[in-house]
Design a protein around this ligand. Structure first.
Ligand SMILES: [Zn+2]
Length: 44
């Protein structure tokens, strides 16, 4: 069995929590919007 609990627990420190390191948000209507938290860098 694979232990998913420890895997999920470890969140990357330098990753932007809002866009999850992508630097942008995926919009439901289509397209993408730059993350205002990290200004598109994906890092905090
Ligand atoms: Zn971000």
């Amino acid at each position: 069995m694979v232990n998913l609990t420890t895997y999920k627990k470890d969140v990357k420190a330098n990753q932007c929590p809002y866009c999850k390191g992508n630097g942008y948000f995926q919009l439901r209507l289509g397209g993408s919007e730059t993350c205002s938290c990290c200004a598109g860098s994906g890092r905090k």
